[in-house]
Design a protein around this ligand. Structure first.
Ligand code: ATP
Ligand code: MG
Length: 451
């Protein structure tokens, strides 16, 4: 097989090979080349010890941050390449990195420490593959298989449980039976894994094309780090709008959302509060009054526990909170919500409402889905016309408000917010003179503050 390798990587392989060291491309990049997908980074492994690697690249820019674990990063053609000495790993007692690494001289020992057969293939400069665990065959067959004994591998590092699911979701590969069984049996190993590492894998997993299949097959794994999901998994919804139980509805909604992290996370968490809001009426129909607020609170907690950044967390929580809000399909209402949420959040809300509807009884919601499309067009039109949708579009600013007699301080912001609300409601027009008059005659004081 002939593979395309960037010249920077070729130069590094050549330099180390010329100096007498075995050197290969390894890991994700080799896997992706075999899959026919362009790799996003190029990892190199070598029999050279770190200090030997460094001396091969003396005079070149070298980054030493991974030195303790045997990694030297060399900049070639402006690109960083990680060069790691063949090694085996000690236990992960801090659950982030191996306690120690042991340098070895045998490529096979280095490949054996890697998680899955597809990630344990080395590619030499001459295009030859070193594949002692049958990774290329597994890639061809679309199979995820542990290198070695699955139970032992998951017990060494629980993160591998999530890595397997991530690869399954992103590539759509089947998880081999023994590996799958060991994932279920060793899911508790995730307890020992740092939240930041789970976070990374979860984010990649959720935007995977087959994220839904993985959620369907491995709910127990997700409950391991997010026990708040548990009641949703078994939730029944006897309600004409719903043709699925809570978990299957959630999965359909995740699948229907575009593969963007915010939207997928929102769909995963949007109904998380339903179990605790469930009531059944005299006709046996289930209701979930108030669940969006409860879901939002739980989502906030869950996202914090996995160390999501504030921006992502706040956006997801907002979308969860508003996922069920009824927005009439009228220009006035669209304009109001567009201004209230801001265009980006508003368009995301339309997306998640669509995805939510796709997980419900289709016949009953299809008109509603068509309305969402119309609302999207209305919103696009409002923006194209340059109508006021945010504070920055308002015909007055903070200085104007102060000049009109409002004391500098937080009240200025509040007055601007209220003016915006009035403009969005169509109560006053977005004209400087009009707005200043409203401020000047103190009518502002009677405005109701809205969030
Ligand atoms: P991606 O394409 O997302 O980068 P990747 O497989 O390259 O996927 P990395 O996290 O970049 O993932 O890891 C590089 C390589 O290191 C993997 O291909 C695998 O060989 C090995 N590896 C990474 N994490 C583990 C782990 N937890 N246990 C064993 N091997 C691992
Ligand atoms: Mg990688």
């Amino acid at each position: 097989m002939k593979f395309e390798i960037p010249s920077g990587a070729q130069k590094i392989l050549q330099t180390l090979t010329d100096a007498g060291y075995e050197t290969y491309l390894v890991g994700g990049c080799v896997r992706d080349l075999i899959r026919g997908v362009g790799p996003h980074d190029w990892d190199i492994c070598t029999s050279a010890r770190p200090e030997e690697t460094e001396s091969c690249f003396a005079g070149q820019r070298i980054i030493e941050t991974g030195l303790k674990h045997g990694t030297v990063t060399v900049l070639e053609d402006g690109e960083p390449y990680e060069i790691t000495t063949y090694r085996t790993e000690g236990p992960y007692s801090d659950s982030r990195r191996p306690d120690y690494v042991k340098f070895v001289s045998d490529l096979k020992a280095d490949l054996a420490r890697r998680d899955f057969t597809m990630n344990a293939i080395a590619l030499g400069l001459d295009g030859s593959l070193r594949d002692p665990f049958g990774g290329a065959g597994d890639i061809q067959a679309g199979v995820i298989r542990c290198v070695g004994e699955p139970t032992q591998r998951f017990q060494e590092d629980g993160l591998r449980v999530m890595r397997a699911l991530r690869v399954g979701a992103v590539f759509g590969y089947e998880i081999e039976e023994q590996t799958a069984q060991a994932i279920h049996e060793n899911r508790h190993m995730l307890e020992h894994v740092a939240a930041e590492r789970i976070h990374v894998e979860l984010c990649k997993l959720l935007v995977g094309e087959k994220a839904g299949d993985i959620l369907r097959q491995y709910p127990d794994v997700f409950c391991q780090f997010w026990p708040q999901l548990e009641p949703l998994i078994t939730l029944e919804q006897n309600n004409p709008w719903h043709c699925w139980g809570g978990w299957e509805h959630t999965i359909h909604a995740v699948e229907a959302a575009p593969p963007e992290l915010i939207l997928r996370l929102t769909m995963l968490l949007h109904d998380i509060g339903k179990p605790s809001c469930k009531s059944t009426d005299e006709n046996g129909i289930d209701h979930f009054y108030g669940h969006p607020a409860v879901s939002a609170k739980l989502a906030d907690e869950m996202l914090q526990s996995l160390k999501f950044d504030n921006k992502t967390r706040e956006r997801v929580v907002t979308l969860v909170e508003y996922h069920d809000v009824q927005i009439p399909n009228r220009e006035r209402s669209v304009h109001k919500w567009l201004g209230r949420l801001g265009p980006e959040t508003f368009f995301q809300l339309l997306e998640i409402k669509r995805a939510d509807g796709m997980g419900q009884a289709y016949e009953l919601v299809k008109d509603r889905l068509a309305e969402l499309e119309e609302m999207k067009s209305k919103a696009e039109e409002i923006i194209a016309q340059g109508q006021c949708v945010s504070l920055k579009d308002l015909a007055v600013n903070g200085r104007d408000v102060i000049a009109a007699g409002i004391a500098p301080g937080p009240e200025v912001g509040r007055v601007l917010d209220r003016l915006l609300e009035q403009v969005l409601n169509g109560e006053v027009s977005n004209e400087r003179e009009v707005l200043l008059k409203v401020v000047g005659i103190g009518k502002i004081a009677t405005f109701k503050r809205r969030k």
